[in-house]
Design a protein around this ligand. Structure first.
Ligand SMILES: Cc1ncc(C[n+]2csc(CCOP(=O)(O)OP(=O)(O)O)c2C)c(N)n1
Ligand SMILES: [Mg+2]
Length: 551
């Protein structure tokens, strides 16, 4: 076996079924080994998209997704995806080529120090220097990528090591690992804190969305009956439990959900990761925060929990619920605020104005997407609206990135979600800016024969920055652009395209796009004047009245 065959058999050993990427000549031995393997090589049209797809595989399954690129330019195109997986805690293994390291027949042509480039963007970055070390390195790469806190790992396989015959070493078999559960003393202490709380509130953060946690977390919320809110990336962590949902902290303060947050005396923060924009600011007079996590909380200026429950979150929460169930007469002290908060959020969601408002679009997307359908957002102004207004009922059904918050990941992440869930409806929601950053992957989606709808929101602008520019008092300058005709653009890829012509047309257009199957782009204009009316003026007024109402 040569180095390439050893690495491919080690990947098979890890259960890898697909590898996403773009090979270069330095990867040709790997490509040949893949041809003879059980693994499918999925070509993308840009390495960045391959990394977004592999990271999303890790995010949705807990098993590292794998991407492949050549040396230099190809590897450099993976860097944004590496940062996306690192900040977003998504397990991923990146494999890149390199010129030979035993001799230098091409001098320094295309040679960039990728291991150094990847070091600050990964949990581990290594060059492979001999076929004999590959089985253990690959096992180590998957272990590191998948263990808490998950993230990306980089392996560089130089072309001569890939080509070199090595000993027929067997892969290292993975084994199940059970993480330690929070110790009894810590569980008792956490239970005491919660039993003594007057107005408890649960917050679900990014790590609450780990796929293996969904069941235990949902059961915990149901058993203790304490109302919850979530961060943007904690959205959709709980299946069911909608009767206890108080809202999403898409902004750090002043939003309606902060009426509950500001009144809580204890926040049970499950899986908060401070890579996210703060869901609220801790201060000297704020509530007590109990951090429940796989790892201790990171201490920040705005987040410094006073108590912690550390250990495998699912089983630890089960033991915590055993101590709390039926013993919390004040569990729902804050629930009375719920109707008012949600009514404000739902305000004007059915307006017929055209171009439609963000609220109307979110409302109608919810109508067209079944409870288990998956919505994948790119980054733009609408992310705040979806985070605030979109209701989730099933875990991991709204994928958004509030960590690197990069544009361009919406379509690739939806492609991955569609690959993994062929029986479910998958919708990418992108701005006209973010969509164009990786729209070439329409070809990949069509080639893979996916069922996928892409909703493109047109304001002919980098709307979010334009909004920030206006709210910061700058003149309107430099943020607008022209768009292609998205219907014709979709057709050029062999996909289908439709345009929303009235506010009433949003839901039916999406419905028929889903019903038609295949890849379908739906474009709609969007009226962003609501950004200022609601997110600035209305919330400023709410902050005043809300503050006045605090006892
Ligand atoms: C790769 C990248 N470049 C720039 C930014 C900064 N940025 C954040 S949102 C945004 C505008 C997004 O425009 P669009 O996709 O059209 O969405 P809109 O806000 O207009 O709805 C920009 C430029 C970013 N987050 N990521
Ligand atoms: Mg835009």
């Amino acid at each position: 076996m040569n180095g390439a065959e050893v690495i491919v058999s080690a990947l098979e050993n890890e259960g890898v079924e697909q590898i996403f990427g773009i090979p270069g000549e330095e990867n040709l031995d790997v490509v040949e080994a893949l041809r003879k393997s059980s693994i499918e090589l999925v070509l993308t049209r840009h390495e960045q998209a391959a990394a977004f797809m592999a990271a999303t595989h890790g995010r949705l399954t807990g098993r590292a997704g794998v991407c492949l690129a050549t040396l230099g330019p190809g590897a450099l195109n993976l860097t944004t995806g590496a940062a996306y997986a690192l900040l977003g805690a998504m397990p991923m293994v990146m494999i890149t080529g390199q010129k030979g390291i035993l001799s230098r027949k091409q001098a320094r042509f295309q040679v960039v120090d990728i291991v150094s480039t990847m070091t600050p963007l990964t949990k581990m970055a290594r060059q492979i220097v001999s076929p004999a070390t590959i089985p253990s390195l690959v096992r180590e790469a998957f272990r590191v990528a998948q263990q808490e806190r998950p993230g990306p790992v980089h392996l560089e396989l130089p072309e001569d090591i890939a080509h070199e015959p090595g000993p027929d070493t067997a892969p290292v078999p993975p084994h199940p690992i059970d993480l330690p559960i929070a110790p009894r003393a810590a569980l008792d202490r956490a239970a005491q804190l919660i039993l003594g709380a007057e107005r408890p509130l649960i917050m679900l953060g990014a790590a609450a969305s780990r796929p293996r946690l969904a069941e235990a977390l949902s059961a915990f919320v149901q058993r203790v009956q304490i109302p919850f809110f979530n961060t943007q990336m904690g959205k959709g962590a709980v299946t069911g439990g909608s009767g206890l949902y108080m809202g999403t902290a898409a902004l750090s303060e002043r939003d309606y959900v902060h009426r509950a947050i500001d009144r809580a005396d204890l926040i049970i923060s499950i899986g908060h990761d401070t890579v996210e924009k703060p869901p609220f600011f801790m201060g000297p007079d704020g509530p007590t925060v109990l951090h429940v996590g796989y790892l201790p909380a990171t201490v920040e200026e705005v987040f410094f929990p006073q108590a912690e429950l550390i250990g495998d979150v699912g089983p630890s929460l089960t033991l915590l619920a055993d101590r709390l169930e039926h013993k919390l007469p004040r569990a729902q002290a804050l629930l009375g605020l719920r109707d008012d908060i949600l009514a404000h959020i739902a305000d004007r969601a059915e307006e017929s104005r055209y171009p439609p408002t963000p609220q109307r679009i979110v409302h109608d997307v919810r109508e067209a997407v079944p409870e288990d359908g998956i919505v994948c957002l790119d980054n733009g102004m609408y992310k705040i609206w979806f985070a605030r207004n979109y209701r989730t009922h099933v875990a991991n059904t709204l994928l958004l990135d509030n960590a690197l918050a990069t544009m361009g990941a919406g379509l690739p992440s939806a492609i991955m979600a569609a690959c993994l869930n062929p029986g479910r409806r998958v919708l990418a929601v992108c701005g006209d800016g973010g969509f164009m950053m990786n729209s070439q992957e329409m070809e990949t989606a069509v080639r893979l024969k996916l069922n996928l709808v892409v909703l493109v929101l047109q304001d002919n602008a980098y709307g979010m920055i334009r909004w920030k520019q206006a709210t910061d008092g700058f003149p309107d300058f430099g943020m607008t652009f022209g768009d292609p005709d998205f219907v014709v653009y979709a057709q050029a890829y062999g996909a289908k395209g439709s345009r929303v012509e009235t506010a009433e047309g949003i839901a039916p257009t999406l419905q028929s796009a889903f019903a038609a199957g295949g890849v379908h782009v739906v474009s709609t204009p969007i009226d962003y004047s609501e950004n200022k009316r609601v997110l600035v003026d209305e919330l400023r007024a709410n902050a005043l009245t809300g503050a006045a109402g605090v006892a």
